[in-house]
Design a protein around this ligand. Structure first.
Ligand SMILES: Nc1nc2c(c(=O)[nH]1)N[C@H]1C(S)=C(S)[C@@H](COP(=O)(O)O)O[C@H]1N2
Ligand SMILES: [Mo]
Length: 385
């Protein structure tokens, strides 16, 4: 067995393997100690060993990312309303009770991953939150289909995009409020939920209590938290968080060269396929001369994982890993491979996932100025003794 990183409970910090990677472990409300990147607004990373222990990330270990520091510290569940307005026949103002009582309740397992997950590994380094690989989590979400809510309000022909806003607000005047929009055609997909329940419990406050948008397969920036306002727009959303932030170079690779200015850009969208080894630590030690089980996870934007390949020699030879239980196309998919290490040798363990339409991870990391979309094959170097 490889050595796992020390348990959060027993240590006071974890150091990620890049410059300025030291993260204190601090317990925020409803959270176990997590890796703190910033306190105001809270940005907390899940220690990576958690992904080995549980295929569904516990709520108290789920990563946290807010852009604005003015987050209400309480919400009155009796007076809270979700408003649906704009290009609809009948604007709605729904209580939590009505949402739970008057609509079909749907459950889906889905990965929520920040567009900047793994940004700290970009070379050359890029500005922005220096996340390790723990700005992601997998949960079972229960809520109401956004489409059912929009249908109840009645869509007008003019509808083009749907804008989502939560209760958080900027601290400084002039900072744009955090709002995100989806094209109407994407918003009415059957898996898009207004969720109130996460892994069987109400959403933790920091993960968006009492409601958040769940957009399976899409990067988490669209999963608007503390959601209280839905507006159907008759044109494309022009404001900051769509037009300026969370954008990628428009070329097909979504790559740019360091120093090059991106002229055309597109909004970030769905997540490319990824896989990770979860039970071994990079630069760790493994026991030689007996079979070792390598464990990991894989996920994509919802086609589902077709296969995962494992290599012990940095990608020269590959074996097919055994896939574990299938919890749905948007969930983490567990996998395992077996390998018997020889004493004294150093190994470069890698995994590569392929989804059901044949898309695979990249061997070289794509680079872009915002540090989004990383899905390169990762290497875990281990020494057998
Ligand atoms: N209201 C609100 N929702 C938000 C954000 C935010 O700043 N405000 N950040 C988004 C981004 S960029 C991410 S990565 C996810 C993080 O979700 P989590 O904190 O539940 O892990 O929330 C999304 N929803
Ligand atoms: Mo994000």
């Amino acid at each position: 067995m490889g050595k796992l990183p020390a348990l959060a409970e027993k240590t006071s910090s974890i150091t990620l393997p890049f410059e300025r990677g030291k993260r204190p472990l601090v317990a925020f409300p409803e959270k176990r100690p997590l890796m703190v990147m910033t306190t105001r607004p809270p940005q907390l990373e899940t220690p990576f060993h958690l992904f080995n222990e549980r295929i569904f990330t516990p709520n108290d270990a789920f990563f946290v990312r807010w852009h604005l520091a003015n987050i209400p510290n309480q919400v009155d569940v009796n007076t809270f309303r979700l408003v649906i307005r704009g290009n609809v026949k009948q604007p709605l103002s729904l209580s939590l009770e009505e949402l739970k009582r008057d609509f079909e309740q749907v459950e889906i397992a889905a990965v929520c991953q920040c567009g900047g997950n793994s940004r700290g590994f970009f070379e050359p380094r890029v500005p922005g939150g220096q996340w390790g690989n723990g700005a992601m989590g997998n949960a079972k979400w229960i809520g109401v289909r956004l489409r059912d809510i929009l249908n109840k309000a009645g869509l007008l022909d003019e509808g083009v995009q749907v804008r989502f806003d939560g209760l958080d607000r900027p601290v400084a005047e002039g900072t744009p409020d955090f709002q995100k929009s989806l094209n109407l055609a994407d918003a009415i997909q059957e898996n898009v939920l207004v969720a109130h329940t996460m892994n069987g419990d109400p959403l933790p406050w920091l993960n968006g209590f009492p409601l958040r948008l769940v957009v399976p397969g899409w990067y988490a920036t669209y999963w608007v938290k503390m959601l209280n306002d839905i507006e159907v727009l008759n044109e494309n959303d022009q404001h900051f968080w769509m037009e300026k932030a969370y954008r990628l170079p428009a070329d097909s690779c979504r790559c740019s060269q360091p120093g090059e200015k991106t002229t055309q850009s597109v909004p970030i969208g769905k997540m490319p396929v990824r896989s990770f080894i979860t039970n071994l630590e990079n630069k760790g030690t493994i026991s030689a001369e007996k079979p070792l089980t390598i464990k990991g996870i894989a996920f994509d934007q919802g086609y589902g994982i077709d296969r995962v390949l494992f290599s012990a020699d940095g990608g020269q030879q590959w074996q097919t890993a055994r896939l574990g239980q299938d919890y749905g196309d948007f969930s983490f998919r567990p996998w395992e491979a077996q390998f018997t290490p020889v004493r004294g040798r150093t190994y470069a363990f890698q995994s590569i996932a392929v989804n059901r339409i044949g898309e695979s991870q990249r061997f070289s990391a794509r680079w872009n100025t915002n540090g989004y979309l990383r899905n390169a094959v990762e290497t875990v170097n281990v020494h057998a003794s």
